[in-house]
Design a protein around this ligand. Structure first.
Ligand SMILES: [Zn+2]
Length: 207
């Protein structure tokens, strides 16, 4: 499986371009910005971006989407419980002192653990991991976990923002993520990659 990592937007979100190199089908996980650059890469490799998959609705993970929507009609997928976060961005942008004229992002489809998802011939397993946000989801594909802001290297996401819930997040990580194969590589929504094995041993927030 093809995987390329970008750091995008004002809060340095990890954006991922995934593709089945055989079928040339591709998806993007979270899009904080830099749409043009990612699109250029995808075009150069002959990939067709099927949809944009969101781990949750926080502004920093979606700020690149309106730029894409000006020119393309690529569906944007999220859990319905995070829709409210994508519709009222001004408050959060103000709170984080980010200058942006984006006030909302158009969502095209709601997905949950029951929605079958694929990229080319690879199946994607959706894991409901609420706690950082009510509709937070992680995605497992080809031995890789895209954990959004639920699980970071030796840390977890904050739970003090609207809809956050600390015990719910701990429960999500323990029951949905720490039960994955130990060698699973974790690609979080910010900063460094890790593995499930390393997190079970060294993440002091989840004991
Ligand atoms: Zn977040």
């Amino acid at each position: 499986m093809f995987l390329k990592h970008y750091i995008t937007g004002p809060i340095q979100v990890n954006t991922y371009l995934l593709a089945d190199e055989e079928t040339k089908d591709a998806i993007i996980i979270d899009l904080g910005g830099d749409w043009e650059e990612i699109k250029k890469d995808a075009d150069g490799l002959g990939f067709k971006i099927n949809y944009i998959l969101l781990t949750h609705g926080h502004f920093d993970h979606i700020l690149g989407i309106p730029e894409m929507q000006k020119k393309e009609n690529i569906p944007v997928l999220i859990n319905e419980k995070d829709l409210f976060l994508t519709q009222h961005l001004s408050e959060m942008l103000c709170h984080f002192r980010i200058n942006s004229d984006v006030t909302s992002v158009r969502i095209d489809k709601f997905i949950d653990e029951q929605t079958p998802l694929k990229v080319g011939n690879y199946s994607i397993t959706t894991l409901s991991t609420p706690g950082h946000t009510p509709g937070g989801q992680s995605y497992y594909v080809d031995g890789k976990l895209f954990s959004g802001d639920s699980l970071f290297k030796h840390s977890i996401g904050r739970t003090d923002l609207e809809g956050g819930n600390h015990s719910q997040l701990i429960n999500s990580v323990k029951t949905k993520l720490f039960t994955l194969p130990p060698k699973t590589v974790v690609y979080p929504g910010h900063v460094d990659f890790t593995t499930i094995e390393d997190e079970i041993k060294n993440n002091i927030f989840v004991r």
